[in-house]
Each structure stands twice: as structure tokens, then as C-alpha cells.
Design a binder for this molecule. Structure first.
Ligand code: PLP
Length: 427
């Protein structure tokens, strides 16, 4: 039975609309969601037969396109052997292989991998590691994080506390979250000096700095640079702080290198990974720590262990998918493909610059951003994009493309063309 028949035949599926609570959606006014039935390459097929070219790779995950046969085969093999087993007291080959491969790929001595099942939880674990690192060393009171305006690190409570406190989507929760120290990214010498002074005042209460390297993603798709990252590494060292890089968006090729931190030549103390880790197929995340962080948890005292262990951590199917995804990165020219995407995005989005209603155009790796001014009517814009045959998810004033790293020039051209046309009509 074809998948479409299966779904059409279910009355339960229709009734399900009354029971589903959608993410980031005002359920009172939002248009009815589209129903996806199949994915292939860069295409999402809808129940009514429409085929949309995906410009965002399902929230930046499907880096090899959808349904890659190698990943599917690896998951099927693992499914036959062991779909899941608890990770407490047991380990398995897919997780061991993945941990050692990530340790080998990441810079420096980032070598201890703690698996979880979502990006937000990987951030929670990074924050918890940083705080417990202090507690285990007897540095009491150093329980806060220094985070940046414009940042986004997830939707769970601690992760929300290090998101942008005002502009971000979690502003409503301001009074309900752990209080952190917020700063502007040190993108200029003046801002670096201001951050230095802020850190001098707050270091005794801080465990770590957390930042998205090179691109602040869901907080507004703002770019910064390698000099900013080097400044952060330097300031963290001078003030005795751990540096957490959240590479959940930027990891696995998105900015042109496997990890964004490689471009700055810095080694963070903790890094978080998710999204494209499994090639966008399964829920998996990792928090990876340097040796000195891990060593702060080694003791005769059981209370100094990391007390964390999600039920589905290191799920074997997800680890098998991630290993197959890393094989693809090793075998296929993904980073060269990113360079080609970057060149095409520049060529085809740059002409928008200076047009009415356009505040900025920026491109980095396989990320193309058109910032609109004034902010558009998002519901109308989204509908116009679907009518153009593309799946693109603008938010606030940002219209962006983050396609699969395997997208062909023709499909990418259809995406940029659709963007240009809807912008033109929106102006
Ligand atoms: N950190 C960053 C940089 C992200 O971009 C995201 C998701 O967009 C997260 C954390 C949260 O990941 P998840 O949605 O898997 O919880």
C-alpha cells in the first residue's frame, strides 16, 4: 500500500487535526498545516500531490537531502539487530564508534561525548556540566552563564535562560527563568573592552560563556566572525571561564567547514551538536567536553558524577544513522558543495540588496538571509512561498535559505527565484 493511500484512508488522521498542538503556532488563528506524506532528495510531497522544494532542510537537519539510501540501509540493519537498549551500564557499537569519530573530528582534546536526544537537552547538559565543574572543584557560587543578546539555544527552561531576553521568542518567561548575565557579542574593540569589564565584575558568579559560533540562528540569523570567536576564547581564558560553543545549527558543514570553530582555530571547552548529526533522520544530540572538564568529574565521591541520563540517550538507530551520515561526509564532497551553494546564493540573492523593503542581504556557507524592513505579514508570506512551490519558513523580519548541502543548482535557483518574486510582490 502506498504511503499516501495509507494516510488518506485513516479517518483518525483527519480527526487528529483536532488533537495536535503545533510548535510556535497561535492555534487560534494559524492556517491549517499542510500534510506531508513523503520526502525525497530536496522535495517534500504533500497529501494533495504538490511537491515543494525544501529551502530549509527541515530546520537545518537534512544535510544530505531526504531519504539517503545509505542512511536508510544503516538504520534498517540496526533495526534488525537492536532498535534500542538502555545506556545505563550498557554500551553498544554504534554509540562507541560515533563517540570516537566525533572525538577524532573535533579540534583539540574535545574527546568525551555525552549523548542526548535533542539540541535543547544537549544545551541543558552543557550548562549542567559547566556548573557542576565548578561545584566539583569547590568553586561555589559560580552557577551563572554569560550569554549573548540575539542568541538562541533552545526551548527548555535553562536553555531559554541563555536566549535573547527581549527580542527572542521566550521573552514572556523572563521572570521565570534562572537569571544569567547578558552581553553584546564583542564584535568591535569597544564591545570587547565592555565585555572584559563586565566579566571582571561578574566572573566570581560565572561558570561559563555560551555562544553560537559565527551565526546566531533562530535569534535572527545574524552573522559574526572569527575575530569575535577568538576574542571570546581569549576573554574566557583571562577570566577563568569555560567556553561553550553551541554548534547545533552550525555543525556539519553549514558554514563552510565541518565545525564553525575550525575557522577561528579555537578549541571550546564544551561543544553541543545535534540537527545534522544524523543527516536529519533521527533525534540525537551530543555534548562533547574537553579532557580537563571530564577530569573534574572523576573522584571517589559518587556525588561528583554527572547525574543525567535521558531514557533514549544514544539510541542505537540514531547512532547508526549518524555513523552513516559521517561516512557520507567522508566520501562525498560536501564542503565543496557548500562552497558552490555559497557562490550561487551570493550571486542570486545579492540583487535584492537596496531594493524597497530590504534591510540587508547576507550569505555564509549554505545560509542565505534576506532581512526585510518593515517586517512582513508572515502568514501571507508563507502562503505565497508555498504557492511558488517552495518550503521556506520566514520568521520575524528574516527570510532565509538553509537548503540540503546536496541541493542542485537548478533547485537552488528555483528557491532564490521564488524568494525574489515574493519579496518583489511584498514590497
Ligand atoms: N541551539 C541552537 C543553536 C539551535 O539552533 C537549536 C534549534 O534550533 C537548539 C539549540 C535547540 O535544538 P532542539 O530544537 O533540537 O531542541
Amino acid at each position: 500500500m502506498a504511503m499516501t493511500d495509507e494516510i488518506k484512508s485513516g479517518d483518525a488522521a483527519e480527526a487528529g487535526r483536532e488533537h495536535i498542538w503545533l510548535p510556535y503556532t497561535q492555534m487560534n488563528t494559524a492556517a491549517s498545516p499542510l500534510r506531508a506524506v513523503r520526502t525525497e532528495g530536496c522535495v517534500i510531497e504533500l497529501a494533495d500531490g504538490r511537491r515543494l522544494i525544501d529551502g530549509v532542510a527541515s530546520w537545518w537537519t537534512a544535510c544530505h537531502g531526504y531519504n539517503h539510501p545509505d542512511i536508510r540501509a544503516a538504520v534498517e540493519r540496526q533495526l534488525a539487530a537492536m532498535p534500542h537498549v538502555m545506556f545505563g551500564g550498557l554500551v553498544h557499537e554504534p554509540a562507541l564508534a560515533l563517540a570516537s569519530r566525533l572525538a577524532a573530528m573535533l579540534p583539540g582534546d574535545l574527546e568525551r561525548v555525552f549523548f542526548t536526544d535533542s539540541g535543547s537537552v544537549a544545551v541543558e547538559v552543557a550548562m549542567k556540566m559547566a556548573i557542576q565543574y565548578r561545584l566539583n572543584r569547590g568553586e561555589l557560587g559560580r552557577t551563572k552563564l554569560l550569554a549573548f543578546r540575539g542568541g538562541y539555544h533552545g526551548d527548555t527552561l535553562a536553555a531559554m535562560s541563555v536566549c535573547d531576553p527581549e527580542e527572542g521568542m521566550h521573552a514572556l518567561f523572563a521572570g521565570a527563568l534562572p537569571q544569567q548575565v547578558m552581553a553584546d557579542l564583542p564584535t568591535t574593540p569597544e564591545r570587547a573592552a565592555a565585555l572584559d569589564a563586565l566579566l571582571a565584575r561578574h566572573a566570581p558568579e560565572l561558570a561559563a560563556i555560551i555562544v553560537e559560533p559565527l551565526v546566531q540562528g533562530a535569534g535572527g540569523m545574524r552573522f559574526h566572525d572569527v575575530a569575535t570567536l577568538r576574542t571570546l576564547r581569549d576573554l574566557a581564558d583571562r577570566h577563568g571561564l569555560l567556553l561553550i560553543l553551541d554548534e547545533i545549527f552550525t555543525g556539519f558543514g553549514r558554514t563552510g567547514t565541518m565545525f564553525a570553530c575550525e575557522q577561528a582555530g579555537i578549541v571550546p571547552d564544551i561543544v553541543t551538536l545535534s540537527k545534522a548529526l544524523t543527516g536529519g533522520t533521527m533525534a540525537l544530540a551530543a555534548t562533547v567536553a574537553r579532557r580537563h572538564v571530564f577530569e573534574a568529574f572523576l573522584s571517589d565521591d559518587p556525588a561528583k558524577a554527572l547525574m543525567h541520563g535521558p531514557t533514549f540517550m544514544a539510541n542505537p538507530l540514531a547512532c547508526a544513522a549518524a555513523n552513516a551520515s559521517l561516512d557520507l561526509f567522508a566520501r562525498e564532497p560536501r564542503l565543496a558543495q557548500v562552497a558552490r551553494i555559497e557562490a550561487q546564493l551570493r550571486e542570486e540573492l545579492e540583487p535584492c540588496r537596496g531594493r524597497p523593503g530590504i534591510a540587508d542581504v547576507r550569505v555564509m556557507g549554505a545560509i542565505g538571509v534576506v532581512q526585510l524592513d518593515p517586517a512582513p505579514n508572515l502568514d501571507r508570506l508563507k502562503a505565497a512561498l508555498v504557492a511558488e512551490g517552495v518550503w521556506v519558513r520566514p520568521f520575524r523580519d528574516v527570510l532565509y535559505l538553509t537548503p540540503a548541502l546536496t541541493i542542485g543548482a537548478e533547485d537552488l535557483g528555483r528557491l532564490t527565484g521564488a524568494l525574489r518574486r515574493v519579496i518583489e510582490r511584498n514590497a
